[in-house]
Design a protein around this ligand. Structure first.
Ligand SMILES: [Zn+2]
Ligand SMILES: [Zn+2]
Length: 171
């Protein structure tokens, strides 16, 4: 959704975006559901206040075993969007003093809401994605997912690097 800056007024307008077309959908990373609630109003001729909330469910591959897992997304955000060119943008000038507000300078006089949602979605994602804290991952030897299957190469422990190392230290 693109909102022309000039069409935004002092009266807050609310939008509900219930699709997730704005998200980059990969094969193993996509949004199952996503609902964004946004309120936009002009503070003065050059500054727009954008408040929003994003909730949804994301499907992502576990970092260790690669299995798909569902993760919840929840975030709230406040942006001050400005068309001012100079960097002398003073937050003190603005009545609303949300300390966590993100200031965004526009190159064109239009607000790309999709871009803001993408940024927020990525900020809300954890750095690590695990199906469970004690995920055993994939065996480097035979490639089985150790959560589901017993490792095939455990039958031949003597040939593993670890076993060789053990032999060396014992001798
Ligand atoms: Zn896992
Ligand atoms: Zn194995």
């Amino acid at each position: 959704m693109i909102l022309p800056f000039d069409e935004i007024t002092g009266e807050a307008r609310r939008y509900t975006i219930s699709d997730s077309d704005w998200f980059y959908h990969g094969k193993e990373d996509f949004l199952l559901t996503a609902t964004a609630n946004i309120s936009i109003s002009k503070r003065d001729s050059e500054i727009v206040l954008l408040k929003g909330k994003l909730e949804g469910q994301r499907v992502v591959a576990c970092d260790r075993c690669g299995e798909q897992v569902r993760k919840k997304i929840h975030c709230e955000f406040v942006y001050l969007v400005s068309t001012r060119k100079e960097q002398a943008f003073e937050l003190r000038d603005i009545e609303c003093s949300d300390e966590d507000a993100i200031t965004l300078y526009l190159k064109e006089p239009e607000i790309d809401v999709d871009e803001i949602l993408r940024e927020q979605a990525y900020l809300a994602f954890p750095l690590r994605n695990l199906c469970s804290e004690d995920c055993k991952g994939i065996c480097a030897g035979c490639g089985v997912v150790l959560n589901n299957e017993a490792c095939c190469c455990s039958l031949d422990k003597s040939s593993s690097a670890f076993a060789v190392l053990k032999k060396l230290t014992n001798s």
